[in-house]
Design a protein. Sequence first.
Length: 352
Amino acid sequence: MSRVTSLRVQHVRAHSDYALEVAPTVTVITGRNGSGKTSLVEALYVALQGSSFKGSDADVLARGAGWYRVDVVFDDGSARTVKFDSSRTTGRKQFIVNEKTQYRLSPQHKYPVVLFEPDDLRLLNGSPARRRQFIDRFISQLDPKYAVALRRYERALRQRNVLLKQQSSSDDLFAWDVSLSEYGGYIVDKRHEFIDSLHRQIGAVYRTIAHTDDTIALAYSQQQTANTQQKLLADLHGSAQRDRLLGFTSVGPHRHDVLFSFNNSPAMAVASRGEVRSVVLALKFLEVTIIAAMTDKPPIILLDDVFSELDLARQTSLATGIFRNQTIITSATPIKVEPAKFVYLSERAIDY
């Protein structure tokens, strides 16, 4: 499978023009906070997955610039370019993959990526939105229909919420209820499927990392039903009056959660910080394994300022578990990883 050999960014956040050679194994990018380490990871993610994990295209654009560009080259000679032009009214972002232009990165041209960032270490005790984002990002890489359903669900949700604020009738809401139940039903069913898969596998992986007999369980916050779409439509209809008072839609997959149990108790209540981090590592290992198995492509691993937050034992587990894949690590402090290519990102390097 092809691997990234170089990355060049222009007018991406703090970078005016910066080129990076990427090792086929591990690349470690160090530098002070604010030197632009995460921006390089973000740019590569945009080129491989089609969108940023941190914000909108306008957020990626350097302050005062009218355009940005990302160029990626692979070891098989293939290349891709992402262009964003803020002056255009349509087609502001373009993906040029092997000299063919598209305005949304097609599923066949998305390259699998596993991103590990500091907020992931707070996955269990963070907000439900964070856990939904984790599972949504995971499934979207494996099922293009899921990503489409998410976008259409969010669009319909915005429209329904506008009508709720206008105190519109149930008849006016009905068309959006149907759309939400259609796309939301698909989302909920897929979440159940993948969470069940993670649940079946995470215990063994966790015990390999933690060297304990603790038990880990995952569950979806909503029970699975025979007809998810019909159940969601009924819930939306039944909540209409309350939703008008609230001014937003109070039921649906945008309100659901992923529940973690540790030794048959809620993980957030009983698991230590170290145990929580071992659970998150286990999830990341499973993410790598499942994506590789289902896409037949080894994902690129992006570790954004997370390696130094782990103790030595968990650093060793991480290195043992995923460094078979091409990996890019960013860190504000020097870290020792062998074999690796080391890049120091100075303030001067991002301003020329």
